[in-house]
Design a protein around this ligand. Structure first.
Ligand code: ATP
Ligand code: MG
Length: 183
């Protein structure tokens, strides 16, 4: 099992990019009262037919050509199910895809969130970075990051420059640290 949820999230975000998405909306909700964690990623990529959607959760199905098994979604689903939750795929051809993952927040097997700053920076490091909106709520507190906001700060400076990516990574890490109240 992957040790960090951030690596699974990187995986599903990479799926979105592979599907041609230019917009990625990530929501992470942590509800300690309901003991629930919800991770939701919505993209505007090419989507999947119903048949593809069902096949996508089968580790022996992949549209990649370099390797015959696709493991990203199957591994994440296994993690979710092991943690008292589930993985749901909602998709419409030509419209986009939504991945919804639920887990028991305090389940003993739930991997830690891990390095979300590195995950977002990695997604933005591509030649043609997508628009990203990331909203993270924990109890009553929330942190949000968006490339539209970032671009307002940057003016003409490209998002995918190394020093910008480094700044984005630490900005997200600091924001989440504050969200966790220095725990
Ligand atoms: N967001 C998405 N939009 C459209 N198709 C998707 C999306 N996510 C997954 N798929 C489809 O589901 C398949 C399985 O995805 P999965 O992440 O499990 O494996 P993979 O991406 O093919 O390989 P790996 O993740 O192991 O590199 C993909 O090959 C693709 O056809
Ligand atoms: Mg994948």
């Amino acid at each position: 099992m992957m040790e960090e949820l951030a690596l699974h999230i990187l995986d599903i975000m990479e799926n979105s990019l592979a599907a041609g998405a230019s917009l990625l909306e990530l929501t992470i909700l942590e509800d300690p009262v309901a003991n629930r964690m919800i991770i939701e990623l919505t993209d505007n990529g090419r989507g999947m037919s119903e048949k593809e959607r069902q096949a996508a959760l089968d580790p022996f199905f992949t549209s990649r050509t370099t390797r015959r098994v696709g493991l990203g979604l199957s591994l994440l689903r296994a993690t979710a199910e092991q943690c008292g939750g589930s993985l749901t795929l909602v998709s419409q051809p030509g419209k986009g895809t939504r991945v919804v993952v639920t887990l028991e927040l305090n389940h003993i097997d739930r991997p830690p969130l891990g390095d979300m700053g590195a995950t977002i920076a990695s997604i933005l490091s591509r030649e043609d970075p997508p628009e990203v909106y990331y909203y993270h709520q924990r109890g009553k507190e929330a942190f949000e990051f968006s490339t539209s906001w970032l671009k307002e700060q940057l003016g003409d400076i490209p998002v995918n420059l190394a020093p910008v990516l480094k700044w984005v990574q630490s900005h997200i890490d600091e924001g989440l640290k504050a969200l966790y109240g220095g725990e």
